[in-house]
Design a protein around this ligand. Structure first.
Ligand SMILES: [Zn+2]
Length: 458
């Protein structure tokens, strides 16, 4: 592999096992990452309650034995976050390999293999967390272990491996707690986390998406008012539920105006789609070329509104005097409530309802160029010469948002490269039955984390 030659140059002090390479091949990393992932899946860390301690202790033992300074820090003893540091010889950037070890639940009867079996079958490791995101934990930790055991230490800066708890329910005991309570232990300059990486087939070639931006969430309630009455005589009252009909129709038929931010702008450009100040036209050109990709890109271009819950009368025979609709609204990074409200009112009009936001998280982003992006682009160029790297935006948010808020200087990307399973194969499996990862992608990702670490920290 091209990456090994480059690596060997940077590793003059490491003992060479044979003449051609000083570090193990991708296959060795793959075997160890596979074993570690199987082990991690067998720790049931469904959140709630999470109960991540045994998994974290397992990882802590491995990292400690390899030479890392390891701390387990938690708001409660049952749910410690893991912070492992390999200090460098000189000043330089701190690179943080971040992941979370909790998962969402799984309903075993819907699975082909038990979700906590970690079975190896059909070339895949099966189980809850195989993609989200114990696979990345396994790949990152395996990379770190291989480097440390080989005697490698950063020539400049520090390598941090951070494995948090409690991501799936918001991070109050995980990333948020850690960044608030122990900022000095997890402060970093460059960060790799979940959110991007599975290969995207496009235009006869392959594209790898690096997630540089994440949307915010502005969930709101719409309330309509009427007059109660006996449901046997509909005209006697004023039905608040029927007043929802035009609002629902508006959200079905109309879209908020586009809000084009840096990441999707750069994405379209690198996909060869000229924007020329008209994101709508650009989206249609992309749709003509690749409609599946256009569906992924569309939510990156502006505010989205998805009505998901409605309630009205508590009794079947009473005309409702009020009705309530909840809308999941996602807003491009950097834009706040005022902007969200303006876009909502553009779609719904100003009258006939009351609007109340009940959850507000502003999204954030990192610049889509710089040393971390260059390292990714170069690595992909060596491993998959036909492929391109593009910046992407996640329509949701991850712990990267918390780190960007806590440490404004950090460049945080979501990237865990998968070459064999495409984004169209992995996305439907996340939080779903039969979650699994191709073991070759585990080796691919572990090799990436190892090579990029050496490249950035020397
Ligand atoms: Zn996740």
């Amino acid at each position: 592999m091209g990456g090994h030659a480059a690596l060997a140059d940077g590793l003059g002090t490491v003992e060479v096992e044979d003449e051609t390479t000083s570090l193990p091949a991708m296959e060795d990393l793959q075997a160890e990452a596979t074993e570690l992932l199987q082990r991690l899946i067998r720790f049931n860390t469904v959140n709630p309650p999470g109960a991540e301690r045994p998994a974290q202790e397992h990882l802590a033992g491995l990292l400690r034995d390899a030479g890392f300074a390891v701390e387990l820090l938690g708001r409660t003893p049952e749910r410690p976050n893991l912070v492992a540091r390999l200090a460098g010889a000189g000043d330089g950037p701190t690179l943080c390999l971040l992941s979370h070890v909790d998962t969402v639940l799984a309903t075993a009867e819907n699975w082909e293999h038990d979700p906590w079996s970690g079975d190896l079958a059909d070339g895949c490791v099966w189980g809850r967390g195989a993609l989200d995101m114990k696979s990345q934990t396994a790949a990152e930790v395996t990379a770190a272990l291989h480097l440390a055991r080989a005697g490698w230490r950063p020539a400049r800066g520090d390598l941090l491996v951070v494995v948090v708890v409690d991501e799936e329910t918001g991070g109050a005991e995980g990333a948020e707690w850690l960044c608030a309570e122990h900022p000095d232990k997890v402060r970093c300059d460059l960060l790799l986390n979940e959110g991007g990486g599975p290969v995207i087939p496009y235009d006869g070639g392959r594209v790898y998406g690096v997630c540089v931006a994440e949307k915010g969430v502005f969930r709101f309630t719409l309330r309509t008012a009427g007059v109660a009455g006996h449901a046997s005589m509909p005209r006697i009252g004023e039905n608040a539920l029927l007043k929802m009909a035009p609002l629902l129709r508006a959200m079905d038929e109309r879209q908020p105006a586009f809000d084009l931010t840096d990441a999707p702008s750069a994405l379209l450009e690198r996909l060869g789609i000229a924007v020329d100040g008209d994101p709508g036209a650009a989206l249609e050109r992309l749709r003509a070329r690749d409609s599946a990709l256009a569906d992924l890109v569309e939510p990156m271009l502006g505010v989205t509104l998805a009505p998901t819950r409605i309630s009205a009368s508590e009794q079947i025979n009473v005309i409702p005097a009020s009705a309530e609709l909840q809308v999941d609204c996602r807003v491009p990074p950097g834009l706040g409530r005022e902007h969200a409200e303006r876009r909502v009112r553009e779609v719904l009009g100003a009258d006939g309802y009351r609007l109340r936001f009940f959850e507000e998280v502003v999204g954030n982003a990192s610049p889509s160029d710089g040393p971390l992006m260059e390292a990714i682009v170069d690595w992909v160029g060596e491993q998959d010469t036909e492929a391109r790297v593009v910046p992407t935006m996640l329509p949701a948010f991850t712990d990267s948002r918390t780190f960007r808020d806590a440490f404004p200087e950090v460049v945080a990307y979501g990237f865990c490269p998968h070459r064999h399973m495409t984004i169209y194969e992995t996305w439907p499996l996340v939080h779903s039955a039969d979650e699994r990862i191709d073991v070759r992608d585990l080796g691919f990702a572990a090799t990436f984390f190892r090579d990029v670490t050496v490249r950035l920290l020397g």
